[in-house]
Design a protein around this ligand. Structure first.
Ligand SMILES: Cc1cc2nc3c(=O)[nH]c(=O)nc-3n(C[C@H](O)[C@H](O)[C@H](O)COP(=O)(O)OP(=O)(O)OC[C@H]3O[C@@H](n4cnc5c(N)ncnc54)[C@H](O)[C@@H]3O)c2cc1C
Length: 311
């Protein structure tokens, strides 16, 4: 892991910086590259614009590690209202949640109850809920919650990270459940004992795991969410899908709002399914710094905004 990535991931977890840095206007301006706005309405308006370009969406209300039970209730209410608004606007937009935002740090039962409420409402609206995956200490509990809720609901998907050595086993264990899986490279700071430290190995594992997912689309009913902006991987995965004689619509590319938009629109124009994940909310600092860590060159964008702000 590069020094700049390590430093940025440290910043994303530092409590003091989390409180002070978001107050600076130049940082708020820079974040707008990745986020259409802080309000749900901003996210849904962006979803409508993307829909017009054949790109569907997922929305997520930024937040993690809640500390009080009442907060989990507020998060559930927010997502239930979001699902209602999505249905009223007739957009093809799913929601994505973090389990620590639903109370996983407080108790697995609280988290399960909160998630069930959201997934239950999503089912009524014919919608789907994706579960994000967080730091490695949450992976066992996240998988347990997913397996549990999957027994009652089919409209739920889970994210897996290719940087973790364990993920190949996790994926193979999930296959018999006909799961919806969003495969990502992984955004957190993890030790070399748990995760590939070298990008080249993570990329190779990403391809290996996406191959397994594609091979199981027909046989095990896997919903394969290929969540990367890596155009080399896109090309290799498309070649693999062709080799398996899959249709363009048998799997889905998922990307983040504001990143490689040209590639998102190109794939959509070529007839592939593309889903763009739009984040909104006021708690954007740790999430934003993880985006900077993915591409430390983005820090120059922040510096440029600081300069613009001062003149
Ligand atoms: C839909 C979706 C959901 C996600 N959910 C999770 C999750 O639940 N848990 C989790 O740990 N991670 C999640 N991630 C983040 C993921 O783990 C990676 O950190 C992120 O996608 C960057 O890796 P990459 O696959 O794009 O590949 P990289 O090799 O990092 O990037 C490939 C190329 O994409 C472009 N790019 C990538 N990131 C950026 C950026 N921030 N700014 C500008 N350009 C960029 C660059 O051109 C780069 O060369 C999610 C990502 C997506 C797309």
């Amino acid at each position: 892991m590069s020094l700049s990535r390590t430093a940025l991931l440290w910043v994303s977890q530092n409590q003091t910086l989390r409180q002070t840095l978001p107050k600076y206007k130049f940082i708020r301006r820079a974040v707008s590259k990745f986020m259409p706005g802080e309000e749900l309405d901003d996210a849904l308006n962006a979803a409508e614009q993307l829909k017009a370009q054949a790109v569907n969406t997922i929305v997520t209300h930024l937040g993690e590690n809640i500390a009080e039970e009442a907060e989990a209730k507020r998060v559930a209410e927010h997502y239930c209202d979001t699902l209602k608004q999505i249905s009223e606007r007739t957009i093809d937009t799913y929601v994505s949640v973090k389990l620590t935002q639903l109370g996983l740090d407080l108790s697995e039962q609280l988290c399960m109850n909160t998630l069930s409420r959201i997934v239950g409402d999503a089912k009524l609206y014919g919608n789907m809920v994706w579960i994000d995956i967080e730091q490695s200490q949450y992976v066992d509990r996240t998988l347990a919650v997913f397996k549990n809720i999957k027994q009652s609901y089919s409209n739920v998907g889970i994210c897996l990270q290719s940087y973790l050595y364990r993920t190949e086993n996790d994926l193979k264990e999930l296959l018999p459940l006909s799961p919806a899986i969003r495969l990502v490279k992984g955004a957190y700071k993890e030790p070399a004992t748990l995760a590939f430290p070298r990008k080249v190995d993570n990329d190779a594992n990403y391809f290996k795991l996406s191959k397994i997912m594609l091979e199981n689309v027909r046989t095990n009913g896997v919903y394969a969410g290929i969540a990367t902006h890596d155009t080399i991987l896109h090309k290799r995965i498309i070649e693999e899908a062709d080799r398996l004689q899959l249709e363009k619509t048998d799997f889905e590319f998922q990307m983040l709002y504001g990143i490689n938009m040209e590639e998102q629109l190109r794939l959509a124009r070529e007839g592939y399914k593309v889903r763009d994940l739009i984040s909104y909310g006021t708690f954007w600092f740790p999430w934003y710094v993880r985006r900077l860590a993915e591409r430390p060159a983005n820090v120059w964008f922040v510096v440029k905004n600081m300069f613009n702000f001062r003149i």
